[in-house]
Design a protein around this ligand. Structure first.
Ligand SMILES: Nc1nc2c(c(=O)[nH]1)N[C@H]1C(S)=C(S)[C@@H](COP(=O)(O)OP(=O)(O)OC[C@H]3O[C@@H](n4cnc5c(N)ncnc54)[C@H](O)[C@@H]3O)O[C@H]1N2
Ligand code: MOO
Length: 331
């Protein structure tokens, strides 16, 4: 009977274990099952312990009152939030679905892990990293393994993927080489009738992450971000540009990673290229940050041991140990 309405006139609930259950044989441990019938019932219930008024009674509105806001707009609906919506009788609510993000890596030199490496080949790590990062940001992510350096193949692969994409992320092929195929394939995909459509390629004043492409593609103008191929560059670019885009698509207000100030703990000064904002990898704890590895955009092992990015502003070329720096916490 837990949860049953109070009968008219009743003002408290006495647990059955505090009574004789109507059997006249002393305190009981529980009620007889209804199917066993009222055999032995006396019609009187002996109560052995007093219960205070309103004891064991859950008042209407003690969880959510009529007129209360049950959930703020922008709340991510996890299991408890879905329970709350059902509990207040809301069978449907308007939501922003998790964005579907398609991740493609490009490069004829790339092979799948777990296979034998041939001459001039390396394992594709970016597509795995970025797919995991997209899921971590809240998206539904689809990984498309390495696409060879051929503009037509890349264009048709992307077109095939558009049906399941709210956002497309590519890596590699955005620099200035003859085989920088993303740039070649996507530089002229603008829709003439749509101002602002197409993909633009630019050099940003940052390191890593200098060459970048961004824009929209296909009949639905699906947003596309073309990240550089160097593994650390693609990951840092994801953190700075793709993660906020995914979170904006989810309708969240807080789209950026948190930042803090920390004291640089290092045995020598950090150096940074003039005119580029540098994002070095580091570990952060208790107001201090320690650099991990160097500035090289290929240093995946150092990245795997870092939990923060140390930001060196574009006008700073050297940072002495003990200096306070800005740090992006990778969480
Ligand atoms: N002449 C110039 N060369 C380069 C410049 C420049 O300004 N002038 N910029 C450099 C910078 S900075 C970056 S970043 C890279 C970016 O170039 P791409 O985006 O075209 O990258 P790729 O050439 O495709 O690859 C670079 C590097 O990373 C490896 N890679 C690529 N994809 C993956 C992957 N999925 N998993 C693991 N490793 C990957 C690739 O094999 C190359 O070694 O350009 C510089 N060059
Ligand atoms: O700026 Mo690139 O992104 O160093 O590696």
């Amino acid at each position: 009977m837990t949860g049953a309405p109070l009968p008219p006139g009743a003002e408290t609930v006495v647990p059955v274990e505090w009574t004789d259950g109507g059997l006249g044989e002393g305190a009981v441990r529980g009620m007889r099952a209804r199917s066993l019938g009222p055999e032995g019932a006396t019609g009187h219930v002996q109560v052995y312990r007093p219960a205070e008024a309103r004891a064991h009674v859950r008042a209407k509105g003690s969880d959510v009152k009529a007129g209360d806001r049950a959930l703020e707009a922008g709340t991510i609906l996890g299991p408890p939030q879905i329970a709350l919506l059902a509990a207040i009788g809301r069978g449907t609510v308007r939501v922003r679905p998790r964005p579907r993000v398609v991740v493609l890596s490009t490069g004829s030199e790339l092979v799948q892990p777990d296979t034998e490496l041939g001459a001039g080949q390396i394992y594709d790590s970016n597509s795995f990293a970025l797919t995991a990062a997209a899921r971590d940001a809240g998206a539904i992510a689809y990984r498309v393994g390495a696409v060879a350096d051929d503009a037509e193949t890349l264009r048709s692969t992307i077109e095939d993927q558009l049906v399941r994409a709210d956002l497309v992320v590519t890596t590699g092929g955005v620099s200035v080489g003859a085989y920088d195929v993303v740039k070649e394939a996507l530089s002229h995909v603008a829709d003439e009738d749509e101002a602002g459509s197409g993909i633009e390629f630019r050099k940003l004043a940052m390191q890593p992450g200098k060459p970048q492409g961004f824009g929209s593609i296909g009949p639905d103008h699906t947003p596309l971000l073309a990240l550089p191929g160097n593994p650390v560059s693609s990951y840092v670019s994801f953190e700075l540009f793709v993660r906020p885009a995914i979170r904006a698509l989810m309708g969240l207000q807080d789209v950026h990673r948190p930042t803090t100030r920390a004291t640089l703990t290092a045995d020598k000064a950090l150096t940074s290229p003039k005119g580029r904002r540098q994002f070095l990898r580091g570990t952060y704890a208790d107001g201090r940050v320690i650099p991990v590895g160097g500035a090289g955009s290929h240093l995946i092992a150092a990245l795997a041991h870092a939990d923060a990015l140390i930001v060196v502003p574009e006008d700073t070329e050297s940072v002495e140990p003990g200096t306070e720096v800005e740090v992006v916490l990778l969480g």
